[in-house]
Design a binder for this molecule. Structure first.
Ligand code: ADP
Ligand code: MG
Length: 591
């Protein structure tokens, strides 16, 4: 074979290759053109879409426009007005900077641009198709820029084939517009789909107003402001109350210096911020803005600039969790029970009938477990590092157990129903977590060790985590070819000879190892560990069906009051339900 000759690729080909990275689908065009309009300081942007953007994408802005002599230049690769040298690359405060969007778009479609600056007398109209300039002329137009992109991918059929249905493509476009509309609330947006107005939001002075216009009243009322300021970083925006959690992450918006970004680390930080407040698989709505000095973030790591790299991921993660926790504690009625240690007299009959009878009889002697706090000012208890609001409960009396599942209690402010399993799970979880951190989980030697047969990989997993297992209160040793001996378990789990439980723990241990290599390794590792603590808590907890005597009930309610987050179990389910006196009065017709 004769050697192949090396040659520099023609611009046309280079642009097509670049387009492959930057322009994936019509929504990518919308993203790039919106960025250009926003960089040009437009205060009004109108987007028109036909056939999911396959036929037409038109974006009209009232921004600064392009000076007549530079209009062609804008379509040249690496032509940009936004950076001039390498140093600028570290100080980017515009959305675009690579000078790639327009040539890439023009390489794969037919583009018509009409642009006029405020000082030019007429607009310049330029037409480019498949990278070739077809014509240029002057035209009357208002200052600003309109870019029409027609027949995207018309001469790259392979790409065209990968596009989805019009409605799917439009959906991507809508998401793109939403992302920008959230961050750029001082700009008005109109989005038309096949002639129909799908979105119209006026320019407003605050993010809160923009969110109201985009998502409506219910969402806006359930949003809590986020604010955390450090020397080089500000975190702001809104996060939803746990009640607004969705079953996917589509409503989690992150911005770094006003650029919409995706980052696993940030999704993870949100989950950690809401840990135990929303059930697994539910995702709160968040709109989080990170403003940091440009030198602490690299925005040039992804062709479409969708991803960023932080100089200090650990700090970003930690501060995000903290900002969320503070927002939730400050604003949300995650109640905190204030405990007063005055135990009272024995309880009577445990039946629900007796509970209600007793509740109505004011002379009944009950115990006082909680004290009332000043109603006007929620008090932040300072147990642990995360302050949580105080619930206004008054003096509460434990009255009895219903259905071997619920503890019924009452106070001058109303009735309380406590889920004994959920409450106990919460107590156990926090206990384990604390003890694990202190290296003080109590271990209990088993009289008869458990002999567990395991497949080779499970066995290997277990044996390669002996150290962590020991810290968790386990004593495990190899026992022959295909089994292990469990000699000791955490003291509270002593009775659990439950094979399935042990297998569940092994599964988590395995993921602890698998995920070890992932980017945000430290956090993910903790996830698996946390899951083990949750699993252990679930197993150690009082079950539904367990009959509790007075001491046990008092003990549980007391421990719950001492918990950092008493109101949900580690999986996010409630531990306690309150029926206020007002509500009771209303339902009994005593107004
Ligand atoms: P970049 O945005 O990375 O600079 P683009 O290819 O997107 O690269 O745009 C090239 C240049 O064209 C921009 O730097 C800007 O000067 C100019 N430009 C593009 N779109 C607009 C617009 N809507 N209004 C004003 N100027 C624009
Ligand atoms: Mg651009």
């Amino acid at each position: 074979m004769s050697p192949k000759r090396i040659a520099v690729l023609p611009d046309e080909v280079i642009n097509k290759i670049a387009a492959g990275e930057v322009i994936e689908r019509p929504a990518s065009v919308v993203k790039e053109l919106l960025e250009n309009s926003l960089d040009a300081c437009a205060t009004d942007i109108t987007i028109e879409i036909k056939n999911g953007g396959k036929k037409l994408i038109s974006i009209m802005d009232n921004g600064g426009g392009i000076p007549a002599p530079e209009v062609e230049l804008a379509f040249q690769r690496h032509a940009t007005s936004k950076i001039k040298d390498f140093d600028d690359l570290n100080l980017i405060n515009t959305l675009g900077f690579r000078g790639e969007a327009l040539p890439s778009i023009a390489a794969v479609s037919k583009v018509t641009m009409v642009s006029r600056t405020a000082t030019d007398l007429a607009a310049t109209k330029i037409q480019i198709s498949a990278g070739k300039v077809l014509g240029r002329q002057e035209e009357g137009a208002r200052p600003g820029t309109t870019v029409k992109v027609e027949n995207i991918f018309f001469h790259t059929p392979a790409r065209l084939k990968f596009l989805k249905s019009d409605s799917t493509e439009f959906n991507h476009i809508l998401n793109t517009v939403m992302e920008q509309a959230i961050a750029h609330f001082r700009t008005g947006f109109i989005l038309k789909n096949d002639g129909k107005e799908t979105l119209k939001v006026p320019a407003v002075p605050t993010l809160a107003e923009r969110l109201y216009d985009l998502f409506g009243k219910e969402t806006q009322q359930n949003l809590l402001p986020l604010q955390l300021e450090q020397k080089f970083l500000t975190i702001s925006g809104f996060v939803s109350t746990p009640a607004l959690a969705r079953n996917n992450r589509n409503q989690q918006y992150f911005y770094v210096n006003h650029r919409s970004v995706k980052h696993r680390l940030l999704n993870h930080a949100v989950s950690a911020g809401y840990d135990t407040l929303v059930p697994n698989g539910r995702y709160p709505q968040v709109f989080i803005f990170f403003d940091l000095a440009p030198e602490f973030v690299d925005v040039n790591v992804h062709p479409a600039k969708r991803e960023v790299r932080f100089a200090n991921e650990g700090a970003i993660h930690e501060l995000t969790v903290k900002a969320i926790r503070n927002a939730l504690a400050d604003q949300l009625n995650i109640p905190k029970i204030e405990h007063r240690d005055t135990l009272g007299l024995p309880l009577g009959d445990n039946s629900l009938g007796a509970v209600l009878r007793d509740y109505r009889a004011p002379s009944v002697q009950t115990e006082t477990l909680f004290t009332i706090k000043d109603e006007a000012a929620p008090v932040y208890a300072s147990r642990g590092s995360q302050p949580v609001n105080t619930l206004i409960m008054g003096e509460i009396s434990v009255l009895g157990q219903a259905d071997n599942a619920y503890i019924i209690a009452a106070s001058t402010t109303g009735l309380f129903i406590i889920d004994q399993h959920a409450a106990s799970e919460r107590v156990m979880y926090e206990k384990f977590k604390h003890e694990f951190a202190q290296n003080s989980i109590q271990s209990q030697k088993l009289l008869i060790p458990i002999n567990l047969e395991l497949d080779p990989s499970a066995k290997e997993t277990l044996l390669s985590h002996l150290e962590i297992l020991e810290k968790l209160g386990w004593e495990v040793e190899e026992f022959g070819q295909s089994s292990v001996l469990i000699r000791a378990l955490p003291a509270v789990l002593e009775k659990t000879g439950d094979r399935q439980f042990i297998l569940d723990i092994i599964k988590e241990l395995a993921s602890l190892r698998e995920r070890g290599a992932a980017p945000a390794a430290a956090e993910l590792k903790n996830d698996a560990l946390d899951n083990i603590l949750k699993l252990s808590a679930c197993h150690a907890a009082i079950r539904v069906g367990d009959r509790l005597d007075e001491t046990a009930m008092r003990q549980l309610v007391r421990s719950l009051t001492a918990a950092q987050i008493p109101y949900t179990c580690p999986h996010g389910r409630p531990t306690i339900i309150q029926m206020t006196k007002t509500e009771l009065n209303k339902r009994f017709g005593r107004t």
